[in-house]
Design a protein around this ligand. Structure first.
Ligand SMILES: C[S@@+](CC[C@H](N)C(=O)[O-])C[C@H]1O[C@@H](n2cnc3c(N)ncnc32)[C@H](O)[C@@H]1O
Ligand code: SF4
Length: 424
């Protein structure tokens, strides 16, 4: 036996660790003005290829350190940006990279995020052959004029055809994202969108209330920004009516913004994350959470491609017990819309509630949570503005750096010290 090899008996006693994987593909055909995700448009083929090579180097570097832990990979989430935008050749390249490190066919859930305009049968086939089994489609709203207003290429007419094609190629587990609260939408267009999804029996639907962040086209456009800020009441109403609509059509609420026709469609990746599990993220702007350490990659594409893989992180902070307690509470609210003080104390020890008291009273004053003797509940306002709860995150000890690296939503400003927000 080599010196660093683990004896078999010892290995059996060491529980394998759960792990979720995330890969960021930061390319889009056009940039939607509402979108806060890190993505780039008009990137040439050579640069995308260079990105895939840099991604492979990052995975190799980080996986090398992680592999001896004998992890159980429950989920792989390929998000963006728009992963479906990669060409067939680039997909073959990416799949070669992924299968160098993982048996993708054996991972219980592999999701690929798609824009309906860039899916085709050939891509669906190679995804299926690689063991991918979940498709997440960005629908937003099926009103083409509304999408155009926000610079999003619209393909509403293709929706049902697209779903048929996805199903025909062996994908049963489909999510659709719906975005509500954009000025210019109507109750009718939101209802019509949900109606099409319900009629197509989409098993998992995410309804995201629009969040105005400072890295979006909307934020940069003074008049659109004002319009969006003035649209708060309607946004709340749309979120509420969408929730009612889905519940009355047989959907279960499985998260603050997530609905499913059956428990079996719960997204493993989201739920493991909300449970505070370990996540390894790769690519531009990807975040990781490993054993109480939070890490975030740089958001600049050229820098990511140009740097060595040991130098791609913009942030790496170890969370102290107060940070971990706040994170646990925030994720619990995202997952179950409530948490019990007794569960908190069972996990972190008696007296741990005191780490949250100040934040909870601020959130309660803002009407985002309701406090009672034994538990904390999200209010309706809190459900619609779940992102505001990340104010809790801003108490991390490396607060200043985190503030600069994260992009702070406009509505979060009351929770933050007044300073300019600088992008990394
Ligand atoms: C990475 S995108 C989805 C995949 C693909 N790029 C697409 O748009 O079709 C993830 C989702 O985030 C949501 N999203 C984007 N910008 C948002 C914002 N400002 N507020 C809330 N949700 C947003 C949209 O619903 C979008 O579908
Ligand atoms: S919503 Fe999707 S397509 Fe639009 S910019 Fe964001 S990631 Fe790209």
């Amino acid at each position: 036996m080599r010196a660093n090899e683990v004896p078999t008996g010892q290995r059996r006693n060491t529980p394998a660790q759960d792990l979720e994987l995330y890969i960021h593909i930061p390319f889009c055909k056009t940039k939607c003005k509402f979108c806060f995700y890190v993505s780039f448009v008009e990137v040439c083929e050579a640069e995308i290829n260079a990105y895939l090579t840099a991604l492979e180097q990052e995975i190799e570097f980080r996986w090398h350190g992680w592999k001896p832990r004998e992890s159980i990979v429950n989920s792989l989430y390929i998000g963006g940006g728009t992963p479906s935008l990669l060409s067939l050749r680039q997909w073959s390249h990416l799949i070669r990279v992924l299968t160098r490190f993982w048996e993708t066919r054996e991972i219980p859930e592999v999701t690929v995020e798609c824009n309906p305009s860039s899916i085709d049968e050939a891509k669906l086939r190679i995804w299926r052959a690689a063991g991918f089994n979940r498709i997440s489609l960005g629908v937003q709203n099926l009103d083409g004029q509304l999408l155009q207003r926000f610079g999003r290429e619209g393909t509403p007419g293709r929706f049902s055809h697209m779903v048929d094609l996805i199903r025909k190629n062996g994908f049963e587990n489909i999510n659709c994202d719906v975005l509500v609260g954009l000025p210019g939408e109507t109750q009718r267009s939101v209802d019509a969108t949900l109606d099409v999804l319900v009629r197509n029996k989409i098993p998992h639907i995410s309804v995201y209330p629009f969040v105005l962040r400072n890295n979006t086209g909307v934020f940069a456009d003074e008049s659109l920004r004002r319009e969006c800020l003035a649209y708060k009441t309607e946004r709340m109403e749309r979120f509420r009516s969408s929730t009612d609509y889905l519940l009355s059509h047989g959907y279960l609420r499985i998260g603050t913004a997530h609905f499913a026709l059956d428990d079996k469609y719960v997204c493993i990746h989201h739920h493991k994350y909300w449970d505070g599990g370990n996540v390894l993220g790769f690519g531009v702007s990807a975040q990781s959470f490993i054993d109480g350490r939070y890490m975030k990659n740089i958001s600049d594409l050229e820098q990511y491609i140009g740097r060595t893989p040991d130098n791609t992180q913009a942030l790496s902070i170890s969370l102290d017990s107060g940070d971990l307690i706040r994170r646990w509470a925030l994720l619990g609210l995202s997952k179950r819309m409530m948490f019990r003080y007794s569960d908190l104390e069972a996990r972190f020890g008696s007296g741990s509630v005191k780490y949250l008291q100040k934040e909870l009273s601020e959130l309660s004053k803002a009407g985002l949570v309701e406090l009672n003797k034994d538990q904390v509940h999200l209010s309706w306002k809190g459900m619609e503005q779940i992102h505001l709860l990340s104010a809790v995150y801003f108490k991390f000890k490396n607060e200043e750096y985190l503030r600069r690296v994260m992009r702070i939503p406009e509505e979060l400003q009351p929770f933050c010290p007044k300073k300019d927000v600088v992008d990394d």
